[in-house]
Design a binder for this molecule. Sequence first.
Ligand code: ATR
Length: 493
Amino acid sequence: MEKSFICLAVTESTLDNNIKRILEYKDHIDMVELRADFLDKEELRYLDKFPGMTDIPAILTIRRKSDGGMYTSGENERCALLEKGSAGKYQFVDLEEDLENEDITARIKEKGKTIIRSFHDFNGVPHDLASRIKKSGQRPGEIPKAAVMPLCTKDLDRLLHSYKECKGIRKILLGMGTFGFPTRILASYLGSFLTYCSAPQKCAAPGHIDPVALENLYRFRNISRNTALYGIIGNPVMHTLSPAIHNRGFSQTGLDAVYIPFQVDSVKDFFPVAEFLDIKGFSVTIPHKEEVIRYLTQQDKSVEQIAACNTVLRLDPGWRGVNTDGTGFMEPLRENKRLESFNNLRATVIGAGGGAKAVVFSLVSEGVDVLILNRTVGKAEMFASPYHCAWGGLDSEGLKRMSSYSDIIVQTTKVGMEPDIQGDPVPGYRFKGHEIAYDIVYKPAMTNFLKRAEQAGCTIIQGKEMLLGQGFVQFRLFTGKEYPDKAGIKALL
Ligand code: ATR
């Protein structure tokens, strides 16, 4: 099967600036789409000159406002511009499916151009998507294009089935927005003639990836129908660093595999997607770590014990769940030279939400005496009960008790996380310097909690250590191989 092309959509207001943009990304792209609807009016006079200014194959597009573009003048004027522009050396001209002026199609085709016959839907995935593509696909000299906006995981599933229904037709079919994001990366896997991208500071359509990330982070050039797919489900998910960890690992191990973020609003609806795409394994992040357990056919002891699952592996048939958060959390502590053993240690865990689960379980399993402090005291009590831990509130009394549970202090709440980086869940606690302060938040790398601890002379452990720790175990489960160059990725993050 053919590999898909990478097409950079350029949206500068002058032709010269568009050329500059192309030069910036030249090594990462195969084609360029001139979005002439972004050009200053006087620049439109030179539309036909643009393809001569670059040696990259070009598409001419003048997108109407109603299709997500910037063009607001009359349709006759737009058609005249398209026709005049197409006198230039464009290989493709984008004409909408509902374009009323049929003569223009014939005249542009006479000039040897291929028509990209497009339609856009920003309100979902239309039910007649496949039949519309098939219909356009029958027109000689045309490539049907549909850019649709999946609004939920179920929509993504329906979109994926449209690829199957249109198999064998040369087409451009892409999902916009965060739910559609995987389709932009998987163009070669799914069968789309090209994928569009844009410069990060000039995003031309919802969900466009920048060409460098597409190629380097998401391994676009390596992906084919045979590539093994992995991913992460979450909501939100686009901020996650896991693709950077796993794709670098795949690349350095020479594996034909890619790891993609999936925005998922319903875990139940994701499983058909995973089946359809033949996903080999996936990570699970907030808020799906508990919900996903319902859909597992097999669960490791780690999932039962922590009552949360962050790793799902394909069985034949079914799915196996593992929790690598506990191992990931413990790894930096085990490596810490100050700790010879966990026996007789006393630790405070701040927070009693999802993030605290693997932390408390792992510490208690090692024999550490744990105090759980939480803003909502009732939750701390409930959380502590099965582990027979001490508990309390984030009040002056809690902070006082903290001093006697201070070999290790773990921060598991969202306080201090981007965007509210000023936060500190225990501003009243004075670090003495003997504590190991561990924050599971990894954005920012240095939270206020860690900064204060470091200033007091404490040993600190950043959230990225746990993120990497659980990722390395996951990589081994996904691939059967040890993660390559652990120091390299640690430095990169
Ligand atoms: P999740 O389970 O997804 O991690 P959560 O149940 O909201 O999310 O848990 C987040 C943790 O951060 C909880 O311990 C929460 O304390 P409450 O149980 O009192 O809600 C804690 N948390 C969130 N915001 C906080 C804040 N501003 N100050 C202190 N703790 C906070």
